[in-house]
Design a binder for this molecule. Structure first.
Ligand SMILES: N[C@@H](CCC(=O)N[C@@H](CS)C(=O)NCC(=O)O)C(=O)O
Length: 209
């Protein structure tokens, strides 16, 4: 079935889906939606995703939005290289880690939120920077602590192969670095991302215009 990914190179939610597709070795066509030009809010794209956010995945004639829903769907229909294990407890732990990023860090620092702070609450760049880093610190403190408990013996978040947790962590680290957030207090997160960034599938997903 042909797969088309509506994405933006710097969007970390899109980056997650590129990682999942590449790790599974799936072919896909990228359709760029330029957030700098607000293309996510134009009528043609709103027909694809009425929420006005990227990514959206078209698979055959069906369209799915929300990166985690897309990734779990891909994992169910293309299970050969799994991104979630079979064990229910381990699945729950991996989802819990992924959701710290996707539900509790990323939405607070999304473009539309930052634009709202600037346009409606008159926050200047310094205040926005402070706000952004505040939520990154809270999030990364938790992620590092969780990884301390889970990664004594393996190279990725929950094992020796990348899973949904790594797929969320790698773009969040990219985002933090892009916004000049100091990651030295988070050596486990950094080590996992450095290790992951050597994989062909991960290199291929890296944000590039
Ligand atoms: N929870 C959604 C988040 C999607 C999202 O927020 N995408 C951002 C880019 S990372 C976006 O499209 N932002 C456009 C905007 O804020 O106007 C997912 O995981 O797919």
């Amino acid at each position: 079935m042909p797969i088309r990914l509506f994405d933006y190179f710097r969007s970390s939610a899109s980056y997650r889906v590129r990682l999942a597709l590449n790790l599974k070795g799936l072919e896909y066509t990228q359709i760029p939606i330029d957030l700098r030009l607000a293309e996510q809010s134009t009528p043609p794209y709103l027909k694809i995703n009425p929420q006005g956010l990227v990514p959206a995945l078209q698979i055959g004639t069906e369209i799915i939005s929300q990166s985690l829903a897309i990734i779990e769907y891909l994992d169910e229909i293309y299970p050969t290289i799994p991104l979630l294990p079979k064990d229910p407890l381990q699945r729950a732990k991996i989802r819990s880690f992924a959701q710290i990023i996707a539900c509790d860090i990323h939405p607070l620092n999304n473009l539309r939120v930052l634009n709202y702070l600037r346009d409606h609450l008159q926050m200047n760049e310094d205040q926005k920077h402070h706000y952004y880093h505040h939520w990154l610190k809270q999030g990364f403190d938790t992620l590092e602590e969780k990884l301390k408990q889970s990664t004594t013996k393996h190279t990725f978040c929950f094992g020796n192969t990348p899973c949904l947790a790594d797929i969320c962590l790698i773009p969040q680290i990219y985002n933090a670095q892009r916004f000049h957030f100091d990651l030295t207090p988070y050596p486990i997160c950094l080590k996992i991302s450095e290790h992951a960034n050597k994989l062909e599938a991960v290199i291929k997903a890296y944000p590039k215009e």
